[in-house]
Design a protein around this ligand. Structure first.
Ligand code: HEC
Ligand code: HEC
Ligand code: HEC
Ligand code: HEC
Length: 427
């Protein structure tokens, strides 16, 4: 615990610095220059020029947008009170998992067996001390998977470039004042050794970094451990998300930056933290393998009924955002009565009649979810395929992937839906 005196100083500085929001302290400055690892310094410079081009954003407008988009239905730390539990996609699931929900024991048991999604979502607290403003902006415009062990991803919301700038400005409005730790004399080679010796890989993936010894992830038994493993970001993205100086401070004492964070403090000296940060920022990364969406399967020749499609597709995932307003104490869900900044689409996937009634388009007209696009694919199927494409980093600007922000359906489920539609949608 050699780091104590400095940590105490950091905490004192951070807590006394609420008023400090000076522009020069948080960008849009380029990342602190890094002497080690030329190739990646060049990559960082590329990111920096994108930063310079991005508009600054209006935090007051951002605050209004965060309320409008209901970010507080999933995230803590938005600067706004959490959504009421009956609207909160994470709180209610956590309460059920912890047995804090008033419901018959049999129902609770059944629910708990089904409930895997949206039990852990990262808090956005202290975003200004961790995340680059421009990274947030880009992420809101085109979200991608950050955490390999978290099922849900940030949903693709209907956020435009200007709105993304405003929201990013709002989320990064506060920044604690800390000594800026230069990485100049840090040793990335030593950092690599420390990364392995200190067991960072028990929670973190660092994809693309060659030569790291594979570590079995810690058993996710305890509630705390589960959240720590699920919420640990793939460190591949850290160099884009964080400035090097912020990385050092974070690795040294995450709780001083973001109180209550699931990342534990790993004892180390400031020099060791600098070495590790240098490794994280300069480690050579192999390019991400181009992900491809799974191949589509031909329609089934056997008979497919609504019952089967409902059981295997609609009931499992879709219904929670597309249902009757009285279902599960909810409001019909964001895919029916509107939410997350989307207008009400009136699409109820909980009943045969609801599906047949279709959805409301941008002009306010009812449209069939079975109507075929120019490629002959029914709208419903197009939405499912679009989600597969999003997971392969090929978001379709014209079609939002479904289920929104949740793992794509597999080829067999999509085949089932397609076959059912092709057979005339038998009951
Ligand atoms: C349906 C739930 C949901 C809603 C609504 C939602 N998010 Fe997220 N968001 C997530 C999840 C899940 C992640 C983690 C994604 C990952 O790790 O791959 C995430 C990640 C993020 C991150 C990255 C944070 C980090 O530490 O990695 C930011 C920033 C963010 N969301 C901002 C927002 C904002 C701003 C809004 C409102 C405009 C919003 N989110 C609405 C679920 C949601
Ligand atoms: C009032 C409590 C409550 C709220 C609020 C709530 N859920 Fe759920 N959710 C449940 C219950 C209960 C289940 C399990 C239902 C079952 O097994 O049939 C569930 C299951 C799910 C599932 C399917 C199970 C899984 O893990 O794949 C998804 C997806 C889901 N919810 C998403 C959401 C989203 C998105 C929101 C916010 C728009 C939300 N929920 C809000 C109670 C809630
Ligand atoms: C017990 C699990 C666990 C261990 C061990 C752990 N971390 Fe973390 N780490 C996390 C979690 C969870 C987060 C996200 C915290 C949050 O957003 O509140 C995180 C966040 C980070 C971040 C921020 C990355 C980003 O993109 O936002 C860095 C950098 C990091 N950890 C580095 C390390 C290093 C280096 C070590 C080893 C010295 C380490 N971690 C050990 C769980 C862990
Ligand atoms: C997390 C919530 C959520 C889940 C889960 C979800 N949806 Fe949606 N869905 C939405 C929202 C919100 C909209 C409105 C989007 C918009 O206006 O662009 C929508 C719109 C749609 C639309 C129509 C609109 C269009 O423009 O194409 C279809 C079809 C659809 N969803 C199908 C599904 C299916 C099928 C599932 C299950 C596999 C599903 N959704 C699961 C939230 C969800």
């Amino acid at each position: 615990m050699r780091a104590r005196p400095l940590l105490a100083a950091l905490v004192a500085l951070a807590s006394g610095a609420a008023a400090c929001t000076s522009e020069d302290a948080r960008g849009p400055e380029p990342a602190a220059p890094l002497s080690a690892g030329g190739g990646l310094a060049a990559a960082a410079a590329g990111a920096a020029s994108a930063v310079a081009a991005a508009p600054a954003g209006d935090p007051a407008q951002g605050q209004r947008l965060v309320a409008e988009y209901q970010c507080n239905r999933c995230h803590d730390g938005t600067g706004q009170a959490p959504a009421p539990r009956d609207a909160h996609c994470v709180q209610c699931h956590q309460d059920i998992a912890a047995g804090r929900f008033q419901a018959p024991a049999a129902a609770m048991k059944r629910w708990n067996e089904n409930l895997v999604q949206l039990r852990d979502v990262p808090s956005l607290a202290a975003a200004g001390d961790r995340l680059r403003r421009d990274w947030i902006r880009g992420f809101l415009l085109s979200p991608h998977d950050l955490r390999p062990r978290l099922h849900a991803t940030m949903p693709r919301l209907a956020i435009g470039p200007e709105q993304a700038s405003d929201i990013a400005a709002y989320l990064t409005r506060d920044r604690g004042e800390r000594p800026r730790e230069p990485l100049e004399n840090a040793s990335a080679a030593r950092g690599r050794e420390l990364y392995e010796a200190k067991g960072c890989g028990t929670c973190h993936a660092f994809t693309g970094a060659a030569g790291l010894t594979a570590v079995a992830p810690v058993k996710a038994m305890e509630k705390e451990t589960r959240a720590a493993v699920a919420l640990a970001p793939d460190l591949r993205h850290a160099r884009d998300r964080m400035e090097p100086a912020d990385l050092v401070a974070w690795v040294l004492d995450p709780g001083a930056i973001k109180p209550g964070t699931p990342m534990p403090q790993v004892p180390m000296s400031p020099a060791e933290a600098r070495d590790i940060a240098a490794f994280l920022v300069t480690a050579q990364l192999s390019p991400r393998a181009p992900a491809s969406a799974p191949a589509r399967l031909p329609p089934l020749s056997r008979r497919v009924t609504y019952d089967e499609v409902d059981r295997r597709v609609f009931r499992g995932t879709c219904r929670h955002c597309h249902s009757e307003p009285d279902y599960a104490l909810g409001d019909g869900g964001p895919g029916n009565t509107g939410g997350f900044g989307f207008k009400p689409r009136g699409l109820n996937l909980a009943t045969y009649e609801g599906i047949a009634a279709g959805y409301v388009d941008d002009q306010g007209e009812r449209r069939s979810v079975f109507s075929r696009g120019p490629d002959g694919v029914p709208r419903l199927v197009a939405a499912l395929l679009a989600r597969q494409a999003e997971e392969a980093d090929r978001a379709d600007p014209a079609v939002r992937g479904m289920p929104l922000g949740l793992p794509a359906l597999g080829p067999e489920e999509i085949q089932l839906v397609e076959s059912w539609i092709a057979q005339g949608r038998p009951q």
